[in-house]
Write a protein that binds this ligand. Structure first.
Ligand code: SAM
Length: 425
């Protein structure tokens, strides 16, 4: 079977799975927002279909951990990789059950400590005054210092839970518009600032603690003491076989992933304020991590791969059309597919024979030219010996991808789910 003959299954996963998943935010799914988050319905459907209990699910672009959480809730083991240290922190917290009574004690402890902390340790990074009022900086520093003060009394999992709660209020405590994925002072925010709007980080933090404690409690009840293996690694998907080897894991039974879109999201620009406040990366580290990220405009060290374009006719045609409008953008597109080809080779090395690879992706427009991402990724996987077994299309309703985020990239309105089987050993 190949993609030219297979029928497309038109689906609405939300409708299809309304009974088993009535809300997107159940369990710990909503403990932190994340751009281009996968809906849990898709993860649950395909993990349930292609794996058995106890098998190992891998997501090499794990983001905020939707697939890992669904895998664990279905009794599967899971491993996730992401280049963004904030993503790996969120995924880890989302899938690590804690003792709820201990958590509640820790939360009271940190809230008391904030009240007693008049001044927190100074936090500084480029343009901090542009993004935060003096009062917001002071309050955020008090919260950050209180978390560090109580850290010695806490289990590491609870300390990390507090960090995620702290991270989730950073954007709402800043002058950046929380409704827009990239860190950006919109006209709406400028107007609010002119009207002397002041965020209240301490109130936001207390409310977030309450809500996230309930979410964690819900997750622990669902898991009910039968937690499966779950591991999150901060690293590059281009090295997934090596990263798995280091964990002592030979092969995954199933790979499910939603890779970044070409030229659509700069995750480091979107999460730089959180990374700096949490001390997860310095501006220099962010710059270096950004170079390893897939889908960004950074062309550091990239040599255009014409052989790749020859190999995939559709890519060559797409590149020619984009090049007529903007040759630089064409190189960005080539780099994306060149990276993704290398990553598909890595998937091949990491997946067991007869295991399935499920890629969830969208098409977008670059310079007005449609880029059929799913089709090109299918071609690449087929060239590597995978066989396409299923193709579905779903309409996107909630991926936190605002049209304001990137005018040239166009709005992604649907996602394609391709399932391929590895038939070679
Ligand atoms: C579309 S998001 C995944 C969202 C995820 N499915 C969720 O539900 O939250 C893509 C992710 O790929 C990550 N990423 C980009 N380049 C990467 C690379 N080279 N290695 C690993 N992760 C990478 C980004 O940081 C981002 O978190």
């Amino acid at each position: 079977m190949n993609n030219t003959t297979i029928a497309v299954n038109e689906c609405s996963f939300r409708n299809m799975m309304r009974k088993s998943i009535p809300r997107d935010d159940y369990g710990t799914h909503a403990i932190h927002s994340y751009t281009a988050k996968l809906i849990p319905h898709i993860a649950r459907h395909y993990i349930g279909l292609y794996t058995k209990k106890g098998e190992l699910v891998l997501d090499p672009f794990v983001g905020s951990g939707t697939t890992l959480l669904e895998a664990n809730l279905l009794g599967r083991n899971a491993i996730g990789i992401d280049i963004n240290p904030l993503a790996s922190l969120i995924s880890e917290v989302k899938t690590t059950p804690v003792d709820v009574t201990t958590l509640e004690v820790a939360v009271r402890h940190v809230v008391d400590t904030i009240t007693r902390t008049a001044q927190g340790d100074n936090v500084d990074f480029p343009n901090i005054d542009y993004w935060f009022s003096e009062k917001a900086q002071k309050d955020l520093a008090r919260i950050r210092s209180a978390i560090e003060t109580v850290r010695k009394d806490l289990e590491p999992s609870i300390y990390r839970f507090l960090l995620v709660c702290f991270s989730s209020i950073i954007r709402r405590s800043s002058y950046a518009d929380p409704r827009i994925a990239k860190t950006y002072r919109s006209r709406r925010m400028v107007k609010k600032i002119q009207e002397s709007w002041e965020p209240n980080p301490i109130e936001l933090f207390k409310n977030t603690l309450d809500r996230n404690c309930s979410r964690m409690k819900g997750f622990c009840e669902m898991i009910n003491g039968t937690h499966n293996y779950s591991k999150v690694i901060q690293g590059n998907a281009g090295e997934v076989s090596l990263l798995m080897q280091r964990e002592g894991i030979a092969r995954a039974d199933f790979i499910i992933t939603s890779p970044p879109y070409v030229n659509a999201q700069d995750y480091f620009r979107s999460y730089k304020l959180e990374l700096f406040w949490l001390g997860l990366a310095t501006p220099e580290q962010v710059r270096l991590l950004k170079q390893q990220s897939i889908g960004t405009e950074s062309l550091q060290g990239f040599q255009r791969d014409f052989a790749l374009e020859d190999h995939i006719k559709l890519l060559r045609t797409t590149c020619q059309e984009i090049s007529r409008v903007d040759p630089a953008k064409c190189v960005v597109v080539c780099k994306y597919f060149s990276n993704m080809r290398m990553i598909i080779d890595e998937f091949d090395k990491t997946l067991r024979k007869n295991g399935h690879l499920c890629i969830v992706t969208g098409n977008n427009n670059i310079c007005g030219v449609p880029v059929q991402t799913y089709e090109m990724l299918i071609h690449m996987a087929e060239a590597r010996g995978f066989v396409l077994v299923e193709l579905a299309r779903d309409k996107i309703m909630n991926r936190r991808l605002s049209p304001e985020r990137n005018h040239q990239a166009g709005v992604i309105q649907e996602e394609w789910i391709a399932v391929l089987q590895k038939v070679t050993s």
